[in-house]
Write a protein that binds this ligand. Structure first.
Ligand SMILES: [Zn+2]
Length: 341
């Protein structure tokens, strides 16, 4: 598959903490970047309103700079979602979102055809075409941050599944008796190795070892989060280091299973936690070598993501290009006439 991102796209990334938007020209240059807090506690209507305002502001700024007009909108959002109808179904990290017709609402507001995909599917597309998975036939992308997510390219084809759910790596069972996940089920890797899971374990450690290094780092209103846990581990807190090691081992076991199931050329790991913890990569490599079959284990590369914050924006133009002429995808209202002008 060789999809050329041949049009200027207004790219929007709806995240749990930030909404980001930019204009991306066919040469893959990102222009007029803007961001606002998501503030999902204010409700769905407020967030959707902010998305529309931000997109309009990016378009206005691009016009002032004399850049080409966008011919479509691409939106990256947390899953689960329906990429065909452009509906955000029920993401665990956006409070109150159920069956929100995001593509139609934003498309109507800006009068542009609009396409929606899961943030991790956008990211795997970006890393595959422009980043650490360039040239791979089969690539897995995994993000380790507040949650754990993923996306697959198999034999050169992005994989959605009949419901758009394929690639939800965070909800692979890694411990039958494991903790409860943000999705409501138990034992998923997200409940063991995500930032949220590490913060939970860190709080328990503070209670268990009030004289420990981690507890001594907690001052005033400081949040006991994954970052503080990692700092304590770096400072020699053995219990904190054990929690991290357990998380990375579990993540490595999940990766070893994926190696046996999909025989990937590369596993790209990104996200704010992965970016700052090189030990995670060592643990994943070790578990793959220990638990996966020899042949796929020796083939697979484990690589850090290259595209950082822009990953969920620059994967959008190729997705728009691929789906532009496919009537099964996207929302096209109020603009069919404009398109033919
Ligand atoms: Zn889950």
């Amino acid at each position: 598959m060789d999809v050329v991102a041949d049009r200027t796209v207004l790219a929007i990334d709806l995240g749990g903490t930030q909404i980001r938007a930019a204009l991306i020209t066919p040469d893959q240059v990102v222009h007029a970047r803007r961001a606002v807090p998501t503030a999902d506690e204010e409700g769905v209507t407020a967030v959707v309103g902010r998305i529309c305002e931000l997109a309009a502001a990016v378009r206005d700024e691009a016009r002032r700079e004399g850049l080409p007009e966008p011919t479509a909108i691409g939106i990256s959002a947390p899953g689960p979602l329906d990429p065909w109808r452009g509906v955000v179904v029920a993401p665990p990290n956006l409070a109150g979102w159920h069956d929100v017709p995001l593509a139609r609402t934003v498309g109507d507001a800006l009068e542009l055809p609009t396409f929606l995909d899961r943030d991790t599917n956008v990211a795997v597309r970006a890393e595959w075409l422009f980043g650490a998975a360039r040239g791979a036939g089969t690539a897995i992308y995994i993000t380790v941050s507040t949650g754990i997510g993923g996306g697959f390219i198999i034999d050169g084809h992005p994989v959605l599944g009949p419901d758009g759910i394929a690639g939800e790596v965070g909800h692979i069972v890694a411990d039958l008796d494991g903790p409860r996940c943000g999705c409501g089920r138990t034992g998923h890797i997200e409940a063991i190795a995500s930032g949220t899971a590490l913060a939970r374990e860190a709080s328990l450690l503070v209670d268990r070892e009030p004289a420990g290094r981690l507890a001594s780092l907690v001052t005033g209103d400081e949040e006991v989060d994954a970052e503080l846990l990692a700092r304590a581990a770096d400072d020699g807190d053995a219990s904190a280091a054990d929690i991290l090691a357990h998380a990375w081992t579990a993540l490595g076991a999940v990766c070893a299973s994926l190696v046996n199931i999909l025989n990937p050329d590369v596993i790209v790991i990104g996200g704010s936690i992965a970016e700052h913890r090189p030990a995670l990569f060592d643990a994943v490599r070790h578990q793959i070598d220990r638990l996966a079959f020899d042949v796929p284990a020796s083939r697979v590369r484990v690589a850090p993501a290259e595209l950082k914050d822009d990953v969920s924006l620059i994967g959008l133009p190729p997705i728009v290009a691929e789906r532009w002429s496919d009537p099964a995808f996207g929302v096209r209202t109020n603009m069919q006439g404009a398109q033919s002008l």
